[in-house]
Design a protein around this ligand. Structure first.
Ligand SMILES: Nc1nc2c(ncn2[C@@H]2O[C@H](COP(=O)(O)OP(=O)(O)O)[C@@H](O)[C@H]2O)c(=O)[nH]1
Ligand SMILES: [Mg+2]
Length: 263
């Protein structure tokens, strides 16, 4: 059993990808559990196999007087009391993969303690990796790219798992943007020269961005970024291939160093 943890900002396409990737993997034979791990989810675009809301809902905490954000944080924290039962439920199904659909409030995973602790308890003893979704709107300019990659790196630091960074909803991107930006993000010096080309950035911000970009590249964090659209089986296949490649590495698996060698 292997866990694929789907993380990304609200609306980035996590739930849609959970459903479509599960069906895509199942078409090759493996058994996949779709785990809704969002206690505040209202509508879910796939048939949930195991649902955290059976144990905890954000609504319960709102009924006690918390606002929506506080209620979600408390609900995720209190999932720790139910993780054992959720694991038992999953283990009964004996899946090959579990796809974990998480809430979009990034503070849960990038800054707070509760998110990583609950995910560690959920996946304890099993291989797991993170798929981080970046919405196409974050590719519009160098500032957005550097800031979403920095957020992605915060998640990697907190979740401490191999991480695949993808651009979701790739069908919404012009082919030129995929070819000239997305597919080149992992090339040495690409992001720095992209930052350099934006004349509207003041020198201080430019220097900070260039330093971040270079650190993220040198550490291996900005490597291949995979464009994925749920409307394109080829892109789902590319993602599934990367997932299999990481899991097949066993103890030696790469964390995220997928640097692109320029040919
Ligand atoms: N065009 C397009 N839209 C998508 C894709 N994936 C998700 N969406 C849309 O993006 C919106 C947010 O998706 P959702 O899965 O609910 O995002 P979540 O909040 O991260 O779980 C929905 O309207 C989806 O239909 C995709 O690959 N292509
Ligand atoms: Mg969702």
């Amino acid at each position: 059993m292997k866990f694929i943890i789907v993380v990304g900002p609200a609306g980035s396409g996590k739930s849609t990808l959970t459903g479509e990737l599960a069906s895509h993997i199942e078409s090759f034979g493996p058994v996949v559990v779709r785990l809704n791990f969002d206690p505040a989810a209202e509508t879910i675009p796939y048939d949930v196999d195991v649902d955290a809301r059976r144990y905890v809902t954000a609504q319960e905490f709102m009924a006690k007087g918390l606002g929506p954000n506080g209620a979600l944080i408390s609900a995720v924290d209190s999932l720790i009391n139910h993780v054992f039962n959720i694991r038992e439920h999953i283990e009964d199904i004996k899946p090959d993969y579990v796809i974990v659909d998480t809430p979009g409030q990034m503070e849960l995973f990038a800054y707070r303690h509760g998110g990583p602790i609950v995910l560690d308890a959920l996946t304890y003893g099993y291989p797991s990796l993170t798929v981080f979704l970046m919405d196409p709107m974050f590719l519009e300019n160098p500032s957005s790219i550097v800031s979403i990659l920095t957020l992605a790196s915060s998640v990697a630091i907190r979740l401490r798992r191999p991480q695949i960074n993808i651009v979701s909803k790739a069908d919404l991107l012009m082919p030129e943007v995929i070819e000239n930006i997305v597919e080149r993000l992992g090339e040495k010096g690409f992001l720095e020269s992209f930052i350099e080309s934006d004349e509207k950035i003041d020198p201080f911000t430019r220097s900070l961005m260039a330093s971040l970009a270079s650190a993220l590249y040198e550490s291996g964090f900005i490597g291949e970024v995979i464009p994925v659209s749920v409307n394109s089986p080829e892109t789902l296949d590319a993602l599934y291939g990367k997932i299999q490649q990481i899991f097949s590495g066993g103890e030696e698996y790469k964390y995220y160093d997928f640097k692109i060698e320029k040919s």
